[in-house]
Ligand binder design. Structure first.
Ligand SMILES: *[C@@H]1O[C@H](CO)[C@@H](O)[C@H](O)[C@H]1NC(C)=O
Ligand SMILES: *[C@@H]1O[C@H](CO)[C@@H](O)[C@H](O)[C@H]1NC(C)=O
Ligand SMILES: [Cu+2]
Length: 598
């Protein structure tokens, strides 16, 4: 049975309440595509629970790390964490990694409403299963849609090999910037059935929890009316198919046919691979499971054309412009091929703690370490990020702490011609770039904190595709926010400093000698606490703690072969092209070419 949101019927008034979740994070086993492997579960279960609450609720998540062999940490993707940047869950940015055996509590307000998700934000960990929907209900939005019921529909790529071992290969060999994928999932299964009734309307909250690959998705024979992007309500926009890049969400309303004579397919096709899932839009069990439609989803949608419901005008003039580049960085560091400006390297002190403990010097980007790609922005500035993608992939870029306006996207360099910018720009929190092109976003610095801006392809996060926006550290210090003792304790347990500049220097904030400028060649095993000294890693002693025995050695056989034959002709110029390998392949060294082009 599909994930029907039961909470919906309980929602009556927008009285802020509170919800508490107690999560024991530990290993379990699952076989969502028939292949049994260790996965990270919660309270012994996988898939892990949908986090559901009302808008404005106080959410408390008490977690215990029972993984034994890995540290962890949870980010609530979509929550702006205004006033609570210390609860953002990003390892070595907002907190220390949570070590095995430790407990950790995050408390924050569930704002804004919408279709969101939560996932590990620690060392590339979420593809091992630590990711799930987070639905923040807003009765006024939901009532306005006139829907009968609402469903959650997730899509994801899936790997048989465990994350630490994939990351190790990426960072130490000529493996390439992404692993081969083994399966595509729909609601963490191969297929799912959604029971509907003739003539009624349904809200589907669609979420990509992918680590890399995008999905094209359609409801056979039914148009979708898009009503929100990444949780942000929009003017209803009709589409026959959508593309979801890693981290993106679409709310769509489906109107059931009045006289159905069969069940219809929900066709989700993982872009660039031959892998797909067929779900069933079920009018009656007598019609059985839907069959695969003869045509593939053909996506002509350009999300830039979708207007936010609040009709917010473009903000400006720009007070602070930040330039960044997606490029192949520091080729002397093997494996760190794709990055943002300089390949990101975490520091001796979580960056938020540096912002809180370096006094006036916190306004200088130097104190955070150049390898964090820091930008310090001042309170209330209108900030514009101009991102130049010098790579042939459509990278989905996510900014923490804000819902931003996307003011320009296209091929080549940004001209800066503001007369061409839309009067009311599209808004979301995760937006795909175009290959070899530019992406320009704007937001107002109204939320002091330390906010990563990164590619949401988890493998690219681990190769360093992260920048750090340090927003109004002066206001942050003045706000008197307190880092909970428990958060500081887990740092001290692991000998991680909680004060001073990037090198932990509390006397001379401009002495950068202890800051990290190059990736640590010994840190290549993701979240594993006690990484093996030599590859290949040993089979787990008491499974399922370690990587699975029968993990594939290299990229799997059914890894993407490049664009599929029946891929659509390609979106319009300023829409992202997710068909990787189609426009400008990642530049790899000739010696790796064959491996990469398989
Ligand atoms: C990134 O690199 C560009 C081009 O070299 C430079 O102009 C920009 O200031 C850099 N941005 C950051 C945040 O380091
Ligand atoms: C990496 O590990 C080796 C062996 O344990 C050690 O000698 C070396 O100093 C480490 N390198 C770094 C950068 O920590
Ligand atoms: Cu990327």
């Amino acid at each position: 049975m599909s994930r029907l949101l039961s909470f919906f019927t309980l929602v009556t008034a927008a009285i802020a309440g509170s919800v508490t979740y107690d999560w024991d994070i530990g290993w379990t086993t699952a076989a969502p595509d028939g292949f049994s492997r260790p996965v990270i579960g919660i309270n012994g279960q996988w898939p892990i629970p949908v986090l559901e609450c009302n808008v404005g609720d106080t959410v408390t998540v008490n977690m215990k790390n029972s993984l034994g062999n890995q540290n962890t940490g949870i980010h609530f993707h979509g929550m702006t964490q205004s006033g609570t940047p210390q609860m953002d869950g990003t390892s070595m940015v907002a907190q220390c990694p949570v070590p095995p055996g430790a407990s950790f509590t995050q408390t924050f307000q569930s704002l804004p409403a919408g279709t969101h998700w939560y996932h590990s934000h620690n060392k590339g960990q979420y593809p091992d299963g630590l990711r799930a929907p987070m639905i923040v209900h807003d009765p006024s939005y939901e009532n306005s849609l006139g829907v009968d019921k609402q469903f959650v529909l997730t899509v994801s790529d899936w790997y048989h090999e465990q994350t630490p071992s994939i990351i190790h290969k990426m960072l130490t060999t000529s493996f390439g910037p992404q692993p081969g994928v083994d399966a595509s999932l729909m609601n963490d299964k191969q297929s799912d059935t959604f029971e509907i009734q003739a003539g009624k309307k349904y809200l589907f909250r669609i979420i990509s929890m992918s680590a890399l690959l995008a999905h094209d998705l359609e409801f056979e024979g039914h148009d979708m009316q898009i009503t929100a992007l990444d949780g942000i309500p929009c003017e209803p926009y009709t589409a026959s198919a959508i593309t979801l890049a890693a981290g993106q969400r679409y709310d769509v309303v489906i109107t059931a046919k009045s006289n159905p004579s069969k069940n219809y397919a929900i066709f989700s096709k993982m872009v660039g691979t031959g892998l797909s899932n067929i779900g069933t839009l079920s009018y009656s069990s007598k019609y059985g499971n839907a069959k695969r439609p003869s045509d593939s989803p053909s996506v002509s949608l350009n999300d830039l054309n979708i207007k936010p419901k609040d009709a917010q005008s473009i903000i400006g003039p720009v007070d602070h412009r930040i330039y960044m580049e997606v490029k192949y960085t520091d080729r002397s560091v093997i494996g760190r091929r794709i990055g943002m400006n300089e390949t990101y390297v975490s520091q001796e002190v979580p960056t938020l703690y540096t912002a809180l403990t370096t006094g006036e010097d916190a306004m200088s980007p130097e104190v955070y370490g150049e390898a964090t790609n820091p930008s310090v922005i001042k309170s209330n500035e209108v900030v514009e990020i101009v991102l130049r993608n010098r790579d042939g992939w459509a990278h989905p870029m996510h900014l923490h702490g804000h819902q931003f306006q996307v003011v320009a996207r296209g091929s080549g360099d940004y001209t800066g011609d503001e007369s061409k910018l839309p009067r009311v720009p599209m808004k979301r929190d995760t937006v795909a770039t175009v290959p070899n092109g530019h992406l320009v976003i704007r937001f107002r610095a109204d939320s002091p904190g330390v906010w990563p801006f990164h590619c949401h392809m988890e493998w690219h996060v681990e190769t360093g595709m992260i920048a750090t926006i340090i927003e109004a550290p002066d206001k942050l210090q003045a706000s008197g926010i307190k880092i909970p003792e428990q958060h500081l304790d887990i740092c001290h347990q692991q000998n991680i400093k909680t004060e001073g500049n990037c090198g932990g220097n509390t006397e001379d904030h401009f002495d950068l000698s202890k800051c990290h400028t190059k990736p640590d060649p010994n840190e290549t095993w993701g979240a594993l606490i006690d990484p093996p000294k030599d590859a290949p890693i040993d089979p787990p002693k008491n499974a399922p703690n370690g990587p699975s025995k029968n993990a594939p050695n290299g990229p799997s056989k059914n890894a993407p072969n490049g664009p599929s034959n029946n891929a659509p002709n390609g979106p319009s110029e300023n829409a992202p092209n997710y068909r990787y390998g189609r426009v400008g392949r990642p530049r790899v060294h000739p010696s790796q070419q064959r491996k990469h082009d398989r």
